[in-house]
Ligand binder design. Structure first.
Ligand SMILES: Cc1cc2nc3c(=O)[nH]c(=O)nc-3n(C[C@H](O)[C@H](O)[C@H](O)COP(=O)(O)OP(=O)(O)OC[C@H]3O[C@@H](n4cnc5c(N)ncnc54)[C@H](O)[C@@H]3O)c2cc1C
Length: 535
């Protein structure tokens, strides 16, 4: 595809009555996901710096009949942000607009990254009430896919959002909140980028806090035995990493403290030595997968301790303590299931992966209709929780749940994340069979996939999972964007159903493997199709 500016765009620009408003675009930009799972070259890459510029670019896109995709920092490893049309990034639209340290209410431009927001909050003596494993995401990107942390005292990260503004396909910006344009608010809280460009977010922070955390590695059966006791409630934040072959688990927990900050002790394995040892062992396992159980024992023993019961800990600010080093390129397939199904899910997965027989004390019938013969996978399975079932929660009381909320409504939610690393950007050979079986099991337990991640569940399955909520989301989406300016093949495949193709909707032409790993995406919008007489 040509990278010169399409004459139709040049003409629309020249004729624009807002010619005083900058249109900060460039061609020849190559975008990748953080995990390098996809790369693509949009027709234009646009980085606006004001609301006026955002509205202007949407008006231009409408004139040129182009699809518009907003990308945060590309941390979603799926093709959700791939486009060959216009790609908008709000990294330069990231200021705090208003703040009140007594109420904790902060209004910000939506391109702000979570680490920038945390730094700004710290200056005000405030903090985010909850965080996921990283803080690189833009706030708009994080909420748009339903990002969560791990605590039964919290729901999704979006639960603390009081209102937002979103620029719609007609170029106007609308405010929505619990009390104003409520349906737009519920649809925008998990928008999948398909409603418009979220431009401003008002959010309630909490007073800054310090966390005392500890992590214990032990036999997984101890974790299972504690599951319906105090495993998830003994601290404010709790997360678990489960190791299928060694049948061990790390339980990480953290609660508020007034103690002085004390960073964790470092071992020989921390830092770049451990990083490269693990990376290279995973690379060897690409060719000799049967070493993976040993790799699991060696790497996580070195990291957390070989002896059961080994404990480490520290005292850190919340913005540091809640984060973790996610290492390198990876596929992540994460599902939400009811919390009570957790032990069954992990035990069935263990029986399947470890080929357990009834003589084994950990055996349960797995009923997974795929063979695990000769299959070896990476560890860990990340095990996290949230709770949006509490009737005291504001979002439950006011029924402002996102329509596409993946959490359980009747009980707390468990997230199981099957991570597969991509050593030196190579796809692991177990991926297809492991994920096929994992997704089958998750569906069998009433699960829903995390919107940002690498799932294969099809549109019909998604439709059954969401029922009328998906219909409501589609209705709001259609009103906000009747021509499909904000949708492409990812949305068609998973959430748009069988409705007729929309006038601006992008379709996929190809996804081709690159020599350096990952897939190169190519798509087209109807207005980009050239006739024989076009320049
Ligand atoms: C290493 C790593 C760790 C992670 N940890 C967690 C975790 O702990 N918990 C969890 O739940 N998830 C986690 N994720 C997933 C991550 O939070 C999501 O993928 C999130 O959406 C990424 O934000 P982003 O800013 O990169 O958005 P992108 O991935 O760039 O975009 C995501 C979606 O948001 C839309 N979007 C972005 N900006 C806007 C905007 N201004 N207006 C409208 N739509 C917009 C995009 O169009 C797209 O649909 C992790 C991902 C990685 C790579």
């Amino acid at each position: 595809m040509s990278t010169a500016l399409d004459p139709a765009i040049a003409q629309a620009l020249a004729q624009s009555d807002s010619s005083a408003v900058p249109f900060r675009m460039r061609t020849n930009h190559v975008q990748t996901t953080w995990a390098k799972t996809f790369s693509w070259m949009p027709e234009l890459y646009i980085q606006p710096e004001s609301l006026e510029e955002i509205e202007h670019l949407v008006n231009l896109a409408r004139k040129c009949r182009r699809r518009v995709t907003t990308v945060g920092c590309g941390h979603s490893p799926s093709a959700i942000t791939c486009t060959s049309s216009w790609l908008v990034n709000l990294d330069n639209y990231n200021k705090i607009l208003a703040s009140d340290h007594t109420t904790g209410i902060v209004t910000m431009q939506s391109g702000i990254r979570l680490y920038q927001l945390s730094a700004e909050l710290e200056k005000l003596g405030l903090a985010m009430p909850n965080l996921g494993s990283i803080n690189h995401q833009s706030i708009a990107g994080a909420i748009s896919t339903g990002t969560h942390g791990s605590s039964l005292q919290h729901g999704l990260l979006s639960e603390d959002i009081l209102s937002l503004r979103i620029t719609l396909a007609d170029g106007t910006t609308k405010k929505c909140s619990r009390g104003e344009n409520t349906e737009l608010f519920r649809a925008s809280l998990i928008s999948l980028g398909a409603l418009g460009i979220i431009t401003e977010i008002t959010f309630k922070a909490v007073p800054a806090y310090t966390l005392k955390w500890k992590q214990i590695i032990d036999k997984d059966v101890k974790m299972f035995n504690r599951w319906s006791g105090d495993l998830w409630t003994h601290a404010h934040y709790v997360r678990v990493w489960w190791y299928p072959y060694t049948r061990r688990a790390v339980v990480w927990s953290a609660s508020e403290t007034n103690e002085a900050v004390q960073d964790p002790k470092t071992s020989w394995y921390d830092g770049s030595l451990g990083y490269y040892i693990y990376h290279n062992l995973l690379y060897v396992a690409q060719y000799i997968p049967r070493i993976l159980p040993w790799v699991e024992w060696f790497v996580f023993g070195s990291q957390y301790g070989f002896a059961d019961g080994t404990t480490t800990g520290a005292v850190q600010s919340s913005a540091k303590a809640l984060l973790m080093n996610c290492l390198y390129s990876q596929f992540v397939n994460e599902w939400a299931i009811p919390l009570s199904k957790g032990p069954e899910a992990l035990r069935r997965l263990s029986s399947w992966l470890n080929h357990l027989t009834p003589e084994d004390p950990d055996y349960v019938p797995h009923n997974i209709p795929f063979s695990a013969e000769g299959l070896y996978v990476h560890a860990p399975v990340e095990v996290r929780v949230s709770d949006t079932s509490n009737p005291e929660l504001d979002s439950v009381k006011s029924n402002t749940r996102p329509y596409l909320d993946i959490t359980s409504h009747d009980e707390p939610t468990l997230y199981l994340n099957a991570t597969l690393y991509r050593p030196y950007h190579a796809d692991p050979p177990c991926r297809q069979r492991y994920y096929e079986a994992f997704e089958w099991l998750m569906r069998d337990l009433g699960g829903k996939p995390h919107w940002a991640k690498n799932f294969e569940a099809d549109g019909m399955q998604i439709e059954r999972m969401y029922g009328s909520s998906l219909q409501q989301w589609r209705k709001v989406r259609e009103e906000a964007d009747p021509d499909g300016m904000f949708v492409g093949p990812w949305h068609r495949r998973f959430v748009l159903g069988l409705s007729p193709r929309l006038p601006f909707e992008e379709v996929e032409l190809s996804q081709r493997p690159k020599w350096s790993g990952g897939l190169r995406y190519l798509g087209i919008t109807p207005s980009q199709i050239k006739g024989p007489n076009d320049a």
